[in-house]
Ligand binder design. Structure first.
Ligand code: PMP
Length: 389
């Protein structure tokens, strides 16, 4: 199979941008788009040449940081959640409605941007251990922001529960027609449906259906589930391996590998932790969300990635490819390399670059600097992974 691919027209050739199929939110080719929403979707698929060279496989990445509203895959999700809520009459533009969401940041940024564009307010609840860049940006977008202490999901003060409560209180206390809408990305079907309807088909088209594995982390699980469902159920590409990239301290790795939700490497089997013990933002979780559950059976394997590996990969990508990304993208790339090495030479692995490093200067990139990874030490990662790069 790999040999056939090596000689195929797709060998090492990322599909040209003009070949992309327009998704519903995109303008017709050659026509001006209407508003910021027309900048969502149809992101390029790029080959990460240094990783292809190091592995002898083709490593491709969906450049999701190029979604042009909130600059992450959450643009697709936010747009779909808003559209579905409008269809159901839960949101009405310019009625004074507020969108409430619990988020580590990316979904909030996408919702706040689109809220502005569609005549809503946004109120975002997020944990206070996330990079300040994200809450600063939310303020500039005009959202109300609550940074709250990290709490277990069972606590009423967990950021998700707080957002739900705020939405309910808005509606209950409203003295005009305005309503509060809790977007609920962790449990809402509109989340994975956005990836089923856009991200999955785009990857299929951009690879010409020639891919051996899809590798991605899960925060809500929307990306993994939506893309896996498209590839395996819609495109009927059952041979494509779907691999979860999971940061240290997350519970999902063990859920996939052993069917049990332990969440911390050192304490496996002893205690179920409430928080993900990692500096990686956006992926890794200690509970099974509806969005993850909807695709769990389609996930074939999982790769656990340490914070240190993620830092080294981020540095490597800048040094070798000029690609400057955040922590979840780095975890995805480490897991893509590990997955690729388990496949025959020439295999094609697709992963996701979720957001830019500019959103992670004060935490992830600060840590990289503190680790002394400013200069060319990133290749140690490949020795660790058993690759001579
Ligand atoms: N990367 C980043 C930066 C994110 O914010 C998120 C979402 N929390 C993800 C990746 C994971 O996406 P999903 O929610 O679809 O699992």
């Amino acid at each position: 199979l790999a040999d056939r691919r090596r000689s195929s027209m797709f060998w090492g050739q990322p599909v040209k941008l003009e070949d992309h199929e327009s998704q519903p939110q995109s303008p017709s080719p050659g026509q001006p788009g209407v508003g910021i929403e027309s900048c969502i979707g149809n992101t390029p698929l790029i080959e990460i040449s240094s990783l292809s060279r190091a592995t002898g496989r083709i490593i491709l990445a969906k450049a999701e940081f190029l979604n042009g509203a909130g600059n992450s895959p959450k643009d697709r999700v936010a747009l779909n959640m808003i559209r579905e809520a409008e269809k159901a009459g839960l949101l009405v533009p310019h009625r004074g409605d507020t969108i409430y969401e619990g988020t580590v940041g990316s979904t909030g940024i996408s919702l706040a941007t689109l809220a502005r564009a569609r005549g809503y307010k946004a109120h975002i609840c997020m944990p206070d251990d996330q990079a300040l860049e994200k809450s600063d940006l939310l303020h500039h977008l005009g959202a109300a922001v609550e940074r709250v202490p990290v709490a277990p999901i069972t606590s009423p003060d967990h950021f998700v529960n707080l957002a739900r409560r705020r939405a309910e209180a808005h509606t209950a206390d409203s003295t005009d027609a305005s309503r509060g809408f809790f977007a609920n990305q962790f449990e809402s079907e509109a989340n994975w449906h956005a990836h089923l309807e856009t991200t999955g088909p785009e990857i299929w088209k951009q690879t010409g259906g020639e891919l051996d594995a899809f590798v991605a982390g899960a925060g809500t699980g929307g990306t993994v589930t939506g893309v896996a469902r498209y590839l395996k159920l819609e495109a009927e590409a059952s041979a494509v391996q779907v691999v979860l990239a999971d940061p240290q301290g997350s519970g999902l790795y063990n859920k996939i590998k052993h069917g049990v939700m332990y969440s911390n490497t050192e304490r496996e089997g002893t205690r179920r932790r409430q928080q993900v013990d990692s500096m990686v933002e956006g992926i890794g979780i200690t509970r099974v969300t509806e969005n993850f559950e909807a695709g769990r059976d389609l996930v074939d394997d999982a790769v656990k990635v340490t914070d240190e590996q993620a830092c080294r990969m981020a540095r490597w990508l800048v040094e070798n490819d000029g690609i400057f990304v955040g922590s979840s993208s780095s975890v995805n790339c480490v897991a893509a390399v590990v997955t690729a090495m388990g496949l025959p030479e020439g295999s094609r692995v697709v992963t996701v670059l979720c957001d830019s490093g500019t959103r992670h200067l004060s935490k992830f990139w600060k840590k990289i600097k503190e680790m002394g990874l400013e200069e060319n030490e990133a290749s140690d990662l490949f020795h660790e992974l058993g690759i001579s790069a």
